[in-house]
Design a protein. Structure first.
Length: 381
């Protein structure tokens, strides 16, 4: 293979890496997958490794990344391992560079795309897990579910590029960037819409708290606790997202209720029995928004004590999580300084009501979450 071809594909890797996308859960999505997979299909392994290394190194130089181990050798090493393993599996199953055989060739092609995507996602999640102290396997499953469709699209584009290059040469490479850019723009637009949803919900949460400065930040803190607790339990994907939204808006029914009025006192009393009017009103509000409709029942029942029903599972898991998270935040952040509790004291009080008002499984997840965050140093069984 000529140096010109190596340079062309290395430049394509560089260009695609410069068009990466910031992910909401941390890390970045590099769309160089399509170019690297095409290289595996077209060229021998040594040439593919050279293309990958040159492309990544050039993108780092353009971004003026400091050439240290963590910033240079670590990602390069992971990518080399990904390419090496997936390519050898492709060869072992009968795949040949520059040629796709019937039947076994198609199978090896599909496995190449799948193995490359899983390994690439696995290494990305490993980096996140090490840096943040999160659970690796749960994070990997979540990443595969969330990013699986975009990796499928990029894999398809990689196959398309290999076919176009064989038939059209350099022109195929130029034309390839059009569908690649469309894929990138579509996925980025999807992420931007999700970000707008989140910002809109946060604005509504701020509006709830604006009428009472003592409640400031309650919605965001409850949402953060709820999401962390849900992750500890094993919730992922769309359900995790809905729990975060419901937690931000769990008190939206309080809008317009004067803190010093009789209505507020009645709210506090009714909340103890689970029949909180603001929860019912809030659920009706949330139901009016299509993408939040599935979160409405969490808002409606987030004050329900679990001994109210024959089976605790009759109350949505999200509602049981929000109930515990909200109670913990109120105990530790109350504006009455003489009534404010430490994390240990708050958990001890919540534990006294588990099995009656709170789900024991959720309480255990709260304790584990607080320990990981360093907020609960004392031993709590």
């Amino acid at each position: 293979m000529s140096l010109a071809v190596i340079g062309l594909f290395a430049a394509a890797v560089t260009s695609s890496r410069l068009l990466d996308i910031q992910l909401p859960q941390g890390g970045r999505l590099n769309i160089d997958t399509a170019v690297i997979l095409a290289s595996i299909l077209l060229f021998p392994l040594p040439d593919t490794l050279v293309i990958t290394i040159l492309g990544m190194f050039a993108s780092m130089l353009i971004r003026q990344v400091k050439l240290k181990f963590a910033a240079t050798l670590y990602p390069l090493s992971l990518k080399i391992i990904t390419v090496f393993i997936s390519t050898n599996i492709f060869y072992a199953l009968g795949g040949k560079p520059g040629k796709i055989e019937p039947l076994l060739g198609i199978i090896s092609l599909l496995l190449l795309c799948g193995v490359y995507s899983v390994i690439d996602l696995g290494f990305d999640q490993l980096t996140i897990a090490v840096n943040r102290g999160t659970r690796y396997m749960r994070g990997l499953v979540s990443s595969v579910r969330f990013l699986g469709p975009i990796y499928l699209s990029l894999s398809s584009l990689g196959i398309l590029l290999s076919i176009m290059y064989k038939g059209m040469g350099y022109w195929g490479m130029l034309l390839f960037f059009l569908p690649l850019m469309v894929t990138r723009i579509s996925f980025k637009s999807f992420l931007d819409i999700r970000k707008i949803y989140r910002k809109t919900i946060e604005a509504l949460s701020n509006a709830i708290e604006a009428q009472n400065s003592n409640r400031s930040g309650h919605g965001k803190r409850v949402a953060n606790y709820s999401v962390d607790i849900a992750k500890e339990i094993g919730v992922r994907g769309r359900e995790l997202e809905l729990i975060g939204y419901a937690a931000l808006l769990h008190d939206i029914g309080m809008l317009g209720v004067d803190e010093d009025s009789l209505d507020h006192l009645l709210e506090q009393v009714s909340a103890q029995s689970g029949e909180a009017p603001h929860a019912l009103i809030g659920a009706e509000v949330v139901e009016q928004v299509d993408f939040l409709r599935d979160a409405a029942d969490m808002v409606r029942t987030h004050h329900y004590p679990i001994d109210r029903l024959k089976r605790p599972d009759d109350i949505p898991l999200g509602a049981r999580i929000i109930n515990v998270a909200s109670r913990f935040d109120k105990l530790t952040k109350t504006d009455m300084l003489d009534e404010r509790l430490t994390a240990y004291q708050a958990v001890s009080r919540i534990k006294k009501e588990q099995g009656m008002r709170f789900d024991p499984k959720v309480v255990r997840a709260l304790i584990t979450t607080l320990r990981k965050q360093g907020k609960l140093m004392e031993y709590v069984k």
